[in-house]
Ligand binder design. Structure first.
Ligand code: GLN
Length: 304
Protein backbone atom coordinates (compact mmCIF):
# COMPACT_ATOMS: atom_id res chain seq x y z
CA UNK A 1 0.00 0.00 0.00
CA UNK A 2 1.15 3.55 -0.76
CA UNK A 3 2.50 5.63 2.14
CA UNK A 4 0.56 8.59 3.59
CA UNK A 5 3.02 10.97 1.89
CA UNK A 6 2.56 9.28 -1.50
CA UNK A 7 -1.23 9.46 -1.11
CA UNK A 8 -1.07 13.18 -0.25
CA UNK A 9 1.26 13.94 -3.19
CA UNK A 10 -1.10 12.13 -5.49
CA UNK A 11 -4.17 13.97 -4.12
CA UNK A 12 -2.46 17.38 -4.38
CA UNK A 13 -1.83 16.78 -8.10
CA UNK A 14 -5.49 16.38 -9.11
CA UNK A 15 -6.74 19.98 -8.32
CA UNK A 16 -4.31 21.30 -10.95
CA UNK A 17 -6.18 19.36 -13.62
CA UNK A 18 -9.68 20.35 -12.44
CA UNK A 19 -11.55 23.20 -14.13
CA UNK A 20 -14.46 23.45 -11.65
CA UNK A 21 -12.88 24.48 -8.36
CA UNK A 22 -16.12 25.88 -6.85
CA UNK A 23 -16.84 29.49 -5.89
CA UNK A 24 -15.09 31.47 -3.15
CA UNK A 25 -17.34 32.98 -0.46
CA UNK A 26 -18.07 36.53 -1.59
CA UNK A 27 -20.49 37.67 1.12
CA UNK A 28 -17.41 38.49 3.22
CA UNK A 29 -15.61 40.99 0.93
CA UNK A 30 -12.08 40.10 2.15
CA UNK A 31 -12.64 36.40 1.36
CA UNK A 32 -13.79 37.22 -2.18
CA UNK A 33 -10.19 38.29 -2.94
CA UNK A 34 -8.67 34.86 -2.26
CA UNK A 35 -7.21 32.96 -5.25
CA UNK A 36 -9.46 29.88 -5.66
CA UNK A 37 -6.72 27.78 -7.27
CA UNK A 38 -4.91 27.04 -4.03
CA UNK A 39 -4.87 23.64 -2.40
CA UNK A 40 -3.21 22.15 0.67
CA UNK A 41 -3.56 19.04 2.78
CA UNK A 42 -1.80 18.07 6.02
CA UNK A 43 -1.99 15.00 8.24
CA UNK A 44 -0.85 15.02 11.88
CA UNK A 45 -0.76 11.50 13.27
CA UNK A 46 -1.47 10.32 16.82
CA UNK A 47 2.19 9.35 17.22
CA UNK A 48 3.41 12.84 16.33
CA UNK A 49 4.30 12.70 12.62
CA UNK A 50 3.31 15.49 10.22
CA UNK A 51 2.82 14.99 6.47
CA UNK A 52 1.72 17.63 3.97
CA UNK A 53 1.34 18.46 0.29
CA UNK A 54 0.44 21.57 -1.71
CA UNK A 55 0.28 25.09 -0.22
CA UNK A 56 0.48 23.86 3.35
CA UNK A 57 2.52 26.86 4.55
CA UNK A 58 -0.08 29.38 3.35
CA UNK A 59 -2.35 30.68 6.15
CA UNK A 60 -6.07 30.88 5.41
CA UNK A 61 -9.15 32.07 7.28
CA UNK A 62 -10.43 29.12 9.34
CA UNK A 63 -13.93 30.65 9.66
CA UNK A 64 -16.40 28.07 11.02
CA UNK A 65 -13.70 25.54 11.88
CA UNK A 66 -13.17 27.87 14.86
CA UNK A 67 -16.58 26.72 16.14
CA UNK A 68 -14.97 23.41 17.19
CA UNK A 69 -12.42 25.15 19.41
CA UNK A 70 -14.95 27.59 20.87
CA UNK A 71 -17.35 24.72 21.60
CA UNK A 72 -14.58 22.92 23.50
CA UNK A 73 -13.85 26.08 25.50
CA UNK A 74 -17.52 26.92 26.15
CA UNK A 75 -18.08 23.37 27.45
CA UNK A 76 -15.02 23.82 29.67
CA UNK A 77 -16.60 26.94 31.12
CA UNK A 78 -20.33 26.11 31.28
CA UNK A 79 -20.17 22.29 31.38
CA UNK A 80 -23.25 20.36 30.30
CA UNK A 81 -25.55 23.27 31.14
CA UNK A 82 -24.60 24.57 27.66
CA UNK A 83 -26.95 21.92 26.22
CA UNK A 84 -29.94 23.74 27.71
CA UNK A 85 -29.18 26.60 25.31
CA UNK A 86 -28.22 24.70 22.13
CA UNK A 87 -29.33 21.38 20.64
CA UNK A 88 -27.51 18.41 19.10
CA UNK A 89 -29.56 17.70 16.00
CA UNK A 90 -28.57 18.22 12.36
CA UNK A 91 -30.43 21.22 10.95
CA UNK A 92 -30.89 20.19 7.32
CA UNK A 93 -30.74 23.91 6.50
CA UNK A 94 -27.99 26.32 5.49
CA UNK A 95 -25.50 27.50 8.11
CA UNK A 96 -27.04 30.96 8.43
CA UNK A 97 -30.73 29.98 8.30
CA UNK A 98 -33.16 32.01 10.39
CA UNK A 99 -36.13 29.69 9.82
CA UNK A 100 -35.55 27.03 12.49
CA UNK A 101 -34.73 29.53 15.17
CA UNK A 102 -38.23 30.96 14.96
CA UNK A 103 -39.89 27.56 14.99
CA UNK A 104 -37.79 26.29 17.89
CA UNK A 105 -38.19 29.36 20.10
CA UNK A 106 -34.64 30.63 20.01
CA UNK A 107 -32.82 27.36 20.82
CA UNK A 108 -30.50 26.66 17.86
CA UNK A 109 -30.41 23.12 16.51
CA UNK A 110 -26.68 22.57 17.05
CA UNK A 111 -23.48 24.46 17.94
CA UNK A 112 -22.12 24.47 14.37
CA UNK A 113 -24.81 26.43 12.55
CA UNK A 114 -24.28 30.16 13.00
CA UNK A 115 -27.09 30.64 15.53
CA UNK A 116 -25.69 27.83 17.69
CA UNK A 117 -22.15 29.17 17.39
CA UNK A 118 -23.35 32.60 18.54
CA UNK A 119 -24.70 30.92 21.68
CA UNK A 120 -21.42 29.07 22.34
CA UNK A 121 -19.46 32.30 21.81
CA UNK A 122 -21.85 34.09 24.21
CA UNK A 123 -21.35 31.34 26.76
CA UNK A 124 -17.56 31.37 26.34
CA UNK A 125 -17.61 35.17 26.80
CA UNK A 126 -19.28 34.84 30.19
CA UNK A 127 -17.49 37.11 32.63
CA UNK A 128 -14.74 38.17 30.20
CA UNK A 129 -14.13 40.96 27.74
CA UNK A 130 -13.89 40.05 24.03
CA UNK A 131 -10.15 40.73 24.21
CA UNK A 132 -9.72 38.28 27.12
CA UNK A 133 -11.89 35.61 25.45
CA UNK A 134 -10.05 35.91 22.14
CA UNK A 135 -6.73 35.82 23.98
CA UNK A 136 -7.79 32.58 25.71
CA UNK A 137 -8.92 31.12 22.37
CA UNK A 138 -5.59 31.94 20.70
CA UNK A 139 -3.67 30.47 23.64
CA UNK A 140 -5.76 27.29 23.38
CA UNK A 141 -5.18 26.89 19.63
CA UNK A 142 -1.47 27.70 19.96
CA UNK A 143 -1.06 25.20 22.83
CA UNK A 144 -3.00 22.53 20.93
CA UNK A 145 -0.87 22.92 17.80
CA UNK A 146 2.36 23.79 19.63
CA UNK A 147 2.72 26.71 17.20
CA UNK A 148 3.00 30.30 18.43
CA UNK A 149 2.61 32.08 15.07
CA UNK A 150 -1.20 31.85 14.88
CA UNK A 151 -3.05 35.17 14.65
CA UNK A 152 -6.33 36.86 13.84
CA UNK A 153 -6.55 38.70 10.51
CA UNK A 154 -8.08 42.03 11.57
CA UNK A 155 -9.05 42.94 7.96
CA UNK A 156 -11.12 39.76 7.58
CA UNK A 157 -12.76 40.28 11.00
CA UNK A 158 -13.67 43.89 10.18
CA UNK A 159 -14.85 42.98 6.68
CA UNK A 160 -17.22 40.37 8.11
CA UNK A 161 -18.40 42.64 10.92
CA UNK A 162 -19.25 45.40 8.43
CA UNK A 163 -21.51 43.05 6.45
CA UNK A 164 -22.82 40.71 9.19
CA UNK A 165 -26.48 41.67 8.79
CA UNK A 166 -27.77 38.09 8.84
CA UNK A 167 -25.71 37.15 11.86
CA UNK A 168 -26.90 40.29 13.66
CA UNK A 169 -30.47 39.25 12.84
CA UNK A 170 -29.78 35.82 14.37
CA UNK A 171 -28.20 37.40 17.46
CA UNK A 172 -31.12 39.79 18.00
CA UNK A 173 -33.51 36.89 17.58
CA UNK A 174 -31.62 34.86 20.20
CA UNK A 175 -31.63 37.88 22.51
CA UNK A 176 -35.39 38.33 22.12
CA UNK A 177 -35.80 34.73 23.31
CA UNK A 178 -33.52 35.30 26.30
CA UNK A 179 -30.83 32.99 24.85
CA UNK A 180 -28.04 35.58 24.66
CA UNK A 181 -26.47 37.03 27.81
CA UNK A 182 -24.23 39.62 26.17
CA UNK A 183 -25.24 42.27 23.65
CA UNK A 184 -25.43 41.23 19.97
CA UNK A 185 -22.61 43.75 19.29
CA UNK A 186 -20.27 42.11 21.84
CA UNK A 187 -21.07 38.57 20.67
CA UNK A 188 -20.74 39.41 16.96
CA UNK A 189 -17.51 41.34 17.52
CA UNK A 190 -16.01 38.28 19.23
CA UNK A 191 -17.50 35.80 16.75
CA UNK A 192 -16.18 37.64 13.66
CA UNK A 193 -12.70 37.74 15.22
CA UNK A 194 -12.72 34.02 16.14
CA UNK A 195 -13.73 33.21 12.53
CA UNK A 196 -10.86 35.38 11.25
CA UNK A 197 -8.14 33.24 12.89
CA UNK A 198 -5.58 32.40 10.21
CA UNK A 199 -3.88 29.02 10.15
CA UNK A 200 -2.04 26.82 7.68
CA UNK A 201 -3.32 23.29 7.07
CA UNK A 202 -0.32 21.98 9.03
CA UNK A 203 -1.13 24.17 12.05
CA UNK A 204 -4.80 23.17 11.88
CA UNK A 205 -4.04 19.46 11.57
CA UNK A 206 -1.73 19.72 14.60
CA UNK A 207 -4.38 21.59 16.63
CA UNK A 208 -6.99 18.97 15.69
CA UNK A 209 -4.97 16.38 17.60
CA UNK A 210 -6.85 17.50 20.73
CA UNK A 211 -9.71 15.42 19.30
CA UNK A 212 -7.77 12.15 19.02
CA UNK A 213 -5.95 10.23 21.71
CA UNK A 214 -2.41 11.47 21.13
CA UNK A 215 -0.06 10.43 23.94
CA UNK A 216 2.17 13.52 23.76
CA UNK A 217 -0.69 16.08 23.80
CA UNK A 218 -1.50 18.36 26.72
CA UNK A 219 -4.66 16.98 28.30
CA UNK A 220 -7.06 19.66 27.06
CA UNK A 221 -10.27 17.60 26.70
CA UNK A 222 -11.80 14.65 28.50
CA UNK A 223 -12.48 11.45 26.52
CA UNK A 224 -16.22 11.95 26.72
CA UNK A 225 -15.92 15.52 25.41
CA UNK A 226 -13.74 14.37 22.50
CA UNK A 227 -16.26 11.69 21.61
CA UNK A 228 -19.16 14.13 21.74
CA UNK A 229 -17.44 16.83 19.70
CA UNK A 230 -16.40 14.25 17.08
CA UNK A 231 -19.98 12.98 16.94
CA UNK A 232 -21.35 16.47 16.39
CA UNK A 233 -18.78 17.04 13.63
CA UNK A 234 -19.99 13.88 11.94
CA UNK A 235 -23.70 14.74 12.20
CA UNK A 236 -23.65 18.56 11.90
CA UNK A 237 -20.16 19.69 10.78
CA UNK A 238 -21.14 20.37 7.16
CA UNK A 239 -24.63 21.88 7.70
CA UNK A 240 -27.13 20.58 5.14
CA UNK A 241 -24.24 18.78 3.42
CA UNK A 242 -23.38 16.78 6.57
CA UNK A 243 -25.05 13.56 5.44
CA UNK A 244 -23.32 13.67 2.09
CA UNK A 245 -19.90 14.38 3.62
CA UNK A 246 -20.35 11.51 6.09
CA UNK A 247 -21.44 9.23 3.25
CA UNK A 248 -18.49 10.13 1.04
CA UNK A 249 -15.76 10.37 3.67
CA UNK A 250 -16.91 8.31 6.67
CA UNK A 251 -15.03 10.53 9.13
CA UNK A 252 -16.13 13.48 11.31
CA UNK A 253 -15.29 16.86 9.80
CA UNK A 254 -15.90 20.57 10.29
CA UNK A 255 -15.84 22.97 7.37
CA UNK A 256 -15.50 26.75 7.09
CA UNK A 257 -16.37 29.19 4.30
CA UNK A 258 -12.67 30.02 3.99
CA UNK A 259 -12.43 26.60 2.30
CA UNK A 260 -10.82 24.72 5.17
CA UNK A 261 -11.99 21.39 6.59
CA UNK A 262 -10.71 19.73 9.77
CA UNK A 263 -11.25 15.96 9.68
CA UNK A 264 -10.60 13.46 12.47
CA UNK A 265 -9.61 9.85 11.91
CA UNK A 266 -10.29 8.54 15.43
CA UNK A 267 -7.23 7.06 17.11
CA UNK A 268 -5.09 7.67 14.01
CA UNK A 269 -4.73 11.26 12.88
CA UNK A 270 -6.08 14.74 12.44
CA UNK A 271 -6.27 15.97 8.85
CA UNK A 272 -6.71 19.50 7.50
CA UNK A 273 -7.48 20.25 3.88
CA UNK A 274 -7.92 23.66 2.22
CA UNK A 275 -9.19 24.83 -1.11
CA UNK A 276 -11.11 28.14 -1.11
CA UNK A 277 -13.74 27.28 -3.76
CA UNK A 278 -17.02 26.14 -2.19
CA UNK A 279 -19.84 23.82 -3.26
CA UNK A 280 -23.54 24.68 -3.01
CA UNK A 281 -23.60 23.94 0.74
CA UNK A 282 -20.76 26.40 1.45
CA UNK A 283 -18.21 23.62 2.04
CA UNK A 284 -14.89 23.34 0.19
CA UNK A 285 -15.54 21.58 -3.12
CA UNK A 286 -12.07 20.21 -3.80
CA UNK A 287 -11.46 19.76 -0.08
CA UNK A 288 -14.43 17.41 0.14
CA UNK A 289 -13.33 15.52 -2.98
CA UNK A 290 -9.78 15.25 -1.62
CA UNK A 291 -11.00 13.88 1.69
CA UNK A 292 -13.14 11.26 -0.07
CA UNK A 293 -10.05 10.17 -2.05
CA UNK A 294 -7.92 10.17 1.09
CA UNK A 295 -10.39 8.02 3.04
CA UNK A 296 -10.70 5.57 0.13
CA UNK A 297 -6.96 5.28 -0.39
CA UNK A 298 -6.01 4.89 3.28
CA UNK A 299 -9.08 2.89 4.27
CA UNK A 300 -9.33 5.08 7.39
CA UNK A 301 -12.88 5.24 8.71
CA UNK A 302 -14.81 6.04 11.88
CA UNK A 303 -16.40 2.61 11.53
CA UNK A 304 -13.35 0.40 11.85
N1 GLN B 1 -17.98 33.74 9.63
C1 GLN B 1 -18.85 32.99 8.76
C2 GLN B 1 -20.29 33.43 8.92
O1 GLN B 1 -20.75 33.60 9.99
C3 GLN B 1 -18.70 31.55 9.06
C4 GLN B 1 -19.62 30.67 8.26
C5 GLN B 1 -18.95 29.40 7.82
O2 GLN B 1 -17.75 29.26 7.82
N2 GLN B 1 -19.77 28.47 7.35
O3 GLN B 1 -21.00 33.59 7.98
Amino acid sequence: MASVQEILDDIARSPKATSDVGKVADYIPELAKVDPRQFAISVATADGKLFCAGDCDTPFSIQSVSKVFVLALALGKAGDSLWKRVGREPSGLSFDSILLLEREHGVPRNPFINAGALVTTDSFLDGSTPREALGALLRFVRAASDREDIHIDENVAQSELDTAHRNFALAHYLKSHGNLVNTPEKVLGTYCHQCAIEMTTSQLALAGRILIDAPDMPNLLSRQRKRRINTLMMTCGHYDGSGDFAFQVGLPGKSGVGGGILVIAPGRASIAVWSPGLNDYGNSKLGTEAMAQFANKTGWSAFG
